[in-house]
Design a protein around this ligand. Structure first.
Ligand SMILES: [Zn+2]
Length: 162
């Protein structure tokens, strides 16, 4: 038998683990597995998966499952739009609900801030229009103040000594 892994036909190993091979092919594969280090781990892995699936038992459904399911569907149909909207969050633990509330609060705050800065924007642009002349006169004023303060400190000698 050619090596399934070298031939890139690992499906035969899956079929072997599932017990889907005929006896002749299965025994040929078993002889190959005894010698091949490439196929053995794959076959072992598949066997482990099938063993786990065999051992798994589906949880049994409670006898009144259908009745409770239909009752919940009926309740859902009678809820108002608001209850339907908030229902997924009601069963959520507080630890998960808090970050959502925080995000909602931040969004609200951001929208309020954006709304607030709206009307003040034109005031800022008025300042920009006046700006050119005002900057020049302000610079003149600052220059005058600097001259005054240097003259003042020169008169009082060393201000650090005081
Ligand atoms: Zn092989």
């Amino acid at each position: 038998m050619n090596c399934p892994m070298e031939d890139r036909r690992p499906a035969i190993l899956v079929a072997y683990a599932a017990g889907e091979l005929d006896r002749e092919t299965a025994s040929a594969l078993e002889r190959h597995l005894a010698d091949c280090a490439a196929c053995r781990p794959v076959a072992a892995g598949q066997a482990a998966v099938w063993k786990a699936l065999d051992a798994w038992e589906a949880p049994s459904v409670s006898p009144d499952f259908d009745r409770r399911l239909y009752r919940r569907i009926d309740e859902g149909a009678r809820l108002s739009w608001w209850e339907r909207l908030t229902r997924p969050f009601r069963s959520m633990p507080l630890r998960q609900a808090l970050p959502l509330t925080a995000v909602a609060g931040l969004l609200l705050m951001a929208s309020l801030l954006l709304h607030r800065t709206g009307p003040t924007a034109p005031v800022a642009s008025q300042h920009e229009v006046v700006g050119a002349n005002q900057v020049e006169s302000t610079l003149d004023d600052l220059d005058l103040l600097r001259q005054l303060s240097t003259a003042d400190s020169a008169e009082s000698g060393h201000p650090d000594a005081m």
